[in-house]
Design a protein around this ligand. Structure first.
Ligand code: FMN
Length: 325
């Protein structure tokens, strides 16, 4: 067992977190992570109606008696979601932890805190981590450049971000995110000063992730070189799996003049990504995926995955310790 500030913070056995995964982090996956001793976050915006989040929270509670939380992502969207309604439902349903991401959660902190909920803010730079600590976030996750989804605009990898964030944050619980997929990553992250790891891409290739088998197979088949950065021209960079649609997006972005979001929508709209996940049409749109794809070779259950990560990390730490003279 590895006990850290993060296992204490969430009251879980293992310092492994399943962060927000749009359309994917539903009750089945999050409960499986919780039952395997990790901490899972269901993604609120997967449920277009706030009331359907309430139903999913209840469903997840029926599947596990362990802690789990809700991810609230503040990103530019075509139709701004009713964030206060999602937060109200979290409070009413007794959720204890919210993972915020994308933007500064400050406008919602008072409402979240009024329900006694603790906030883990996931960001992509040390300056944003410091700001999050200042406004009262209780724990910080930091996404390195390797990460799937939105790794920010600074292009700094986890190897640098994590120790710098630790230096800047003192004793605040810190989660390394971006590039982690196995026990070597966990042992490395702890060495860098993190209290645990957050994984996104790796959890998509698990038995309990409710996505088409083509998506899981693609994560096995593709390598660490098969991601691309799209929407850089809009300063809303997203790391995605390379495919035909992504090449089309990049071609539009290379054209002279400003990129118009309307030109990209046929490829990047959420409904297209949802279709890929459900129907397994891997070339029609964009799908967030991280460089750690290169480390994914199978589709275990969450229990098998977490057991394996812990065994490997503990073996590494023991072996290195025994080499000390
Ligand atoms: C398919 C997919 C969807 C994601 N959706 C979200 C999301 O809605 N909100 C969020 O905060 N992070 C989202 N992420 C990012 C992950 O929570 C996590 O920060 C990231 O994947 C870590 O990097 P890794 O993929 O190298 O593990 C997503 C990642 C993937 C792979």
């Amino acid at each position: 067992m590895i006990k850290t500030r993060i296992t204490d913070f969430f009251s879980v056995e293992r310092p492994i977190i399943q962060g927000g995964l749009m359309w994917i982090a539903r009750a089945e996956l999050t409960a499986a992570v919780a039952n395997a001793g990790g901490m899972g976050f269901m993604t609120a915006l997967t449920f277009p109606e706030p009331e359907s989040l309430r139903a999913e929270i209840r469903k997840c509670r029926n599947m596990t008696d362990k802690p789990f939380g809700i991810n609230l992502t503040f990103l530019p969207t075509l139709t701004p979601p009713d964030y206060p309604a999602y937060i109200r439902i979290c409070i009413e349903e007794g959720i204890q932890f919210i993972e915020t991401a994308g933007r500064n959660p400050e406008p919602y902190m008072d409402q979240i805190k009024s329900g006694g909920i603790k906030v883990l803010h996931k960001c992509t730079s040390v300056r944003h981590a410091v700001k999050a600590a200042k406004i009262g976030c209780d724990a910080i996750g930091i996404d390195g450049f390797e990460a799937a989804g939105h790794p920010g605009e600074d292009d700094v990898t986890s190897l640098i971000l994590v120790p710098l964030a630790r230096d800047a944050l003192g004793d605040l619980p810190l989660i390394a995110s971006g590039g982690f997929a196995d026990g070597r990553g966990l042992a490395g992250a702890l060495g860098l000063g993190a209290d645990g790891i957050n994984m996104g891409t790796r959890f998509v290739a698990t038995q309990e992730a409710q996505v088409h088998s083509n998506v899981k197979q693609a994560l096995i088949d593709r390598s660490e070189r098969d991601t691309r950065l799209i929407m850089r021209t809009l300063r809303n960079t997203e790391r995605v799996m390379s495919n035909t649609a992504v090449e089309k997006v990049l071609e539009i972005e290379r054209r002279a003049g400003d990129t118009m979001i309307d030109d990209l929508i046929p490829y990047v709209a959420g409904r297209v990504g949802k279709g890929m996940l459900e129907e397994g049409q891997m070339e029609i749109g964009t799908l967030a995926a991280g460089q750690c794809m290169g480390l994914i070779r199978d589709i275990p259950t969450c229990q098998e995955l977490l057991d394996r990560i812990m065994d490997q990390a503990e073996a590494i730490i023991r072996e290195k310790y025994s080499q000390l003279s």
